[in-house]
Design a binder for this molecule. Structure first.
Ligand SMILES: [Zn+2]
Length: 381
């Protein structure tokens, strides 16, 4: 993801923070300052609060990532956004039972932490515990006047924060873990595509309820979360539909048999001429003996154009990565490669090892989009 910085690498998984997250922290601290007439201690505590909150979110994401690893699924990275964390798995676990455990592992981390922090309550008398509960959970009673230390209060709020995180994530709607848990359970009987559709629709119903409730109570936060769920659920369903469609299509159904050959010594300008007049956006690059040497993807070409490096040879901007495809195979593998690499184009060979075409990312996604048109609310593809 662009705009995300790597801050650490734990269990060999990069942890990244999106820059907008820092804006959020700064905004939060400044707001606390504004609210308390620039009380430095209050500002410091609000800063610590956000950082600890996001540390808990990271622990939660590692719950997902490390469980996924147990089932042989790699995690590309963990990203912190202002709206929460995401562990980006390479793919969904194959078996519904595995998906279930991967999804529930995150909230379980918070449940475990909540229990752990709650043990601290045993230092207090039953009456005090009651007072603390009332104070932290319902902001009632004279908890805030009583002389608990800052450390005590910190521990109480940590316990409560983990309860909130676990509960919030168990809401049965994408992108929350509850949506994935629901999908995994439905998948056992219905298959992934239909399970995703039903889980997405249930989440969207909840989201509509949230939006209505938010408007009713003039609480824009609820309405915004509702809108967010509405769109994310649709995206999740679309991407699972796309994956299932990709699994049924063969490479030669989406490849281009007619393509321009670009050579190492050609100038960028020559390629740009083809680029601007036609449908080809990503190119295969050959040497003078017609050996395939690499690819010139669209973003590299545009990079050269931006630098006005038009007379440079293609070889300067070429990527040497070649992922050969077989025409009769289904598109699953190609789809996966396009998502994790930036080659943009892949050569297609027939069973006799002859180059018969190119799979251009641009053409590929255009074609898939066309096939995806016609919104499907219910039923199978
Ligand atoms: Zn989660």
């Amino acid at each position: 993801m662009t705009g995300a910085f790597r801050i650490a690498r734990v269990f060999n998984i990069p942890v990244r923070v999106h820059w907008s997250f820092f804006v959020l922290v700064l905004g939060y601290v400044l707001y606390a300052g504004y609210d308390t007439d620039w009380d430095k201690i209050a500002m410091l505590w609000s800063g610590i609060f956000v950082l600890v909150l996001f540390f808990l979110v990271v622990l939660h994401e590692f719950g997902h990532a490390l469980t996924a690893r147990r089932y042989g699924v790699n995690t590309r990275d963990i990203i912190l956004l202002p709206i929460g964390g995401v562990a980006r798995l390479d793919h969904l676990p194959e078996k519904p039972a595995h998906e279930f455990w991967v999804a529930i592992a995150g909230p379980l981390v918070n449940v475990a932490l909540a229990i752990l922090f709650s043990l601290y309550l045993f230092r207090f008398t039953p009456d005090q515990r009651w007072e603390i509960m009332n104070g932290v959970v319902f902001a009632k009673g004279n908890f805030f006047l009583s002389d608990y230390s800052n450390f005590d209060r910190f521990i109480f709020f940590m316990a409560w924060l983990n309860v909130i995180l676990a509960t919030f994530n168990l809401i049965p709607a994408f992108p929350m873990d509850g949506g994935r848990i629901l999908r995994a359970l439905l998948s056992i009987g219905l298959g992934r595509l239909n399970a995703t559709m039903i889980a997405a629709r249930i989440g969207q119903l909840l989201a509509l309820g949230m939006i209505a409730g938010g408007i009713w109570q003039s609480n824009p936060m609820y309405a915004l979360i509702g809108l967010f769920i509405l769109f994310t659920a649709e995206n999740e369903y679309r991407s699972v539909r796309m994956e299932s469609m990709v699994g049924k299509l063969k490479v030669d159904q989406l490849m281009r048999g007619n393509f321009s050959r670009v050579y190492l010594d050609d100038s960028i300008q020559q390629v740009l001429n083809i680029y601007t007049e036609g449908l080809e956006k990503n190119f295969l690059v050959f040497d003078q003996w017609q050996n395939l040497m690499g690819v010139l993807p669209e973003f590299k070409l545009l990079d050269a154009r931006k630098k006005k490096d038009l007379q440079a040879p293609v070889s300067k901007y070429m990527l040497p990565e070649i992922y050969p495809l077989v025409s009769a195979e289904n598109l699953q593998q190609a789809f996966g490669i396009l998502q994790v690499s930036d080659v943009g184009a892949m050569p297609v060979y027939n069973p006799w090892n002859r180059l018969v075409g190119v799979l251009d990312e641009h053409h590929f996604s255009q074609d898939l989009k066309k096939r995806m048109k016609g919104r499907k609310w219910f039923g199978k593809d």
